[in-house]
Design a protein. Structure first.
Ligand SMILES: C[S@@+](CC[C@H](N)C(=O)[O-])C[C@H]1O[C@@H](n2cnc3c(N)ncnc32)[C@H](O)[C@@H]1O
Length: 231
């Protein structure tokens, strides 16, 4: 069964963004050959687009089910920071009406994807032209815009919701986006992201709720829902 309209090239990017989708064969190869060969060769040739498609579709539906317990996505302006191939955004788009997506991502794939805390924020695993085509091939039209983080020209407008799964404060410091998020959020803007230090955010936001505890990821993290900056 085909879930998303997805090519092998897109499947490779999804695998780099969500290394948990590796099967045991890929995990073994990565261990033996190392990250450089895995990133630049193995993922190009040995990835099954069908396998990634079904895993990605299932997982993004789970992400949607969780978030939709806390927000009604109809008529919302959504800012997605580091959404990868936007599987979650595609599901939100198919299940809601009149949502608009502003996407901020990186426009390159690192030579050696490391998956740890990246203090200089040099890791990127995306291709924004491919992302645009992927969104259009899967039914999004006229209701999204894509920004390259490194071009430093991010849009200034207010969002109803900000989502950053396994990106901001999971791979790189929230501080990178602190001033920007302050500018583009209202007190009621719902901000969802994954972090290993939820208590730190109690000094930044009036409301911080843990909505998911993930012990299985590379570093065990919590998904939090925050709103209202403390002045
Ligand atoms: C682990 S992946 C997670 C992708 C997606 N959110 C998901 O849950 O499948 C992290 C993503 O963050 C992106 N990224 C890294 N630095 C970023 C930045 N400063 N701004 C936006 N995205 C960034 C990477 O390119 C990558 O696609």
């Amino acid at each position: 069964m085909r879930y998303l309209n997805l090519t092998k090239v897109i499947a490779r990017l999804i695998l780099l963004q969500r290394i948990e989708f590796s099967n045991s064969f890929l995990k073994k190869i990565r261990k033996v050959l190392g990250r450089y060969i895995f990133t630049n060769f193995v993922t190009k040739y040995l990835v099954s687009a069908d396998e990634i498609n079904s895993k990605y579709h299932l997982q993004m539906n789970k992400e949607y089910e969780l978030l939709s317990d806390f927000i009604d996505f109809n008529n919302k302006k959504i800012l997605s920071i580091g959404p990868g191939m936007c599987g979650l955004e595609l599901i939100i788009n198919s299940k809601s009406k009149n949502s608009f997506f502003t996407i901020i991502e990186k426009n390159y794939v690192s030579k050696k994807v490391v998956y740890g805390w990246d203090s200089k924020n040099r890791e990127g695993y995306n291709d924004l032209e491919l992302l645009r085509t992927f969104l259009e091939d899967n039914g999004m039209e006229g209701n999204f815009e894509i920004y390259d983080f490194d071009e430093k020209k991010l849009p200034i407008k207010k969002f109803d919701c900000i989502i950053s799964l396994y990106s901001m404060d999971y791979h790189y410091n929230f501080e990178i986006y602190l001033d920007y998020i302050r500018k583009v959020s209202l007190p009621e803007t719902k901000i969802f992201f994954d972090t290993i230090r939820p208590d730190y955010f109690k000094k930044i936001f009036e409301n911080v709720d843990i909505i998911l505890s993930d012990e299985k990821k590379i570093h065990s993290s919590k998904r939090i829902l925050c709103n209202k900056f403390i002045q």
